[in-house]
Design a protein around this ligand. Structure first.
Ligand code: RP5
Length: 169
């Protein structure tokens, strides 16, 4: 095996070698969300944390979301990041189909009724028993950092390889 040139490449090689899925599954409700979720992908890649990004809408493809989230843990995914705008049901529906931690990212959309507040409330106001963490409006980067910190609790995945641990905790 040739020497990987980056953390991202190393992570991809390990996933291939050991036949495991990515550690973080990122979902968005629409193609129109892709630009605003990209900072999460970038942040995870910079940290060498394997991830995959899929467009799956809670309203337009509810069965697809249920199937993805029900199988996620079995595929090795440990955290789900779900971003959506408007009536942002995606993070809640994801959490309804998995015990994995779900981080919701309210996304602004050109069609928002209230500057993104619609998506914020849809993600924050989950009923008891179905928890969803919620970062700020368009807070995709923070979602990735939070995912990294959750992974760090489960057995040593590095939160920030280039920073001393003492600074982190
Ligand atoms: C939500 O509706 C999506 O997450 C997106 O933010 C918004 C608009 O979707 P499109 O009509 O642009 O596909 O479900």
């Amino acid at each position: 095996m040739s020497r990987p040139e980056s953390l991202t490449e190393a992570s991809a090689l390990m996933a291939e070698e050991f036949d495991v899925g990515p550690m973080v599954g990122i979902l968005v409700g629409s193609d129109s969300d892709l630009e605003r979720i990209q900072p999460a992908v970038d942040e995870l890649n910079e940290r060498g944390i394997s991830n995959e990004l899929n467009v799956l809408s809670a309203h337009r493809d509810p069965r697809g979301v249920a199937e993805y989230c029900s199988n996620a843990a079995m595929r090795g995914i440990r955290v789900i990041i779900a971003g959506a705008g408007m009536s942002a049901a995606l993070p809640g529906v994801a959490a309804a189909h998995t015990d994995l931690p779900v981080i919701g990212v309210p996304l602004s959309s050109s069609k928002t009724a209230a500057g993104g507040l619609d998506a914020i409330l849809a993600i924050v106001q989950m009923p008891p028993g179905v928890p969803v963490a919620c970062v700020s409006l368009d807070g995709a980067k923070n979602a990735a950092i939070l995912a990294a910190r959750i992974l760090a609790q489960g057995g040593g995945y590095p939160d920030a390889p280039d920073r001393p641990q003492a600074e982190l905790y």
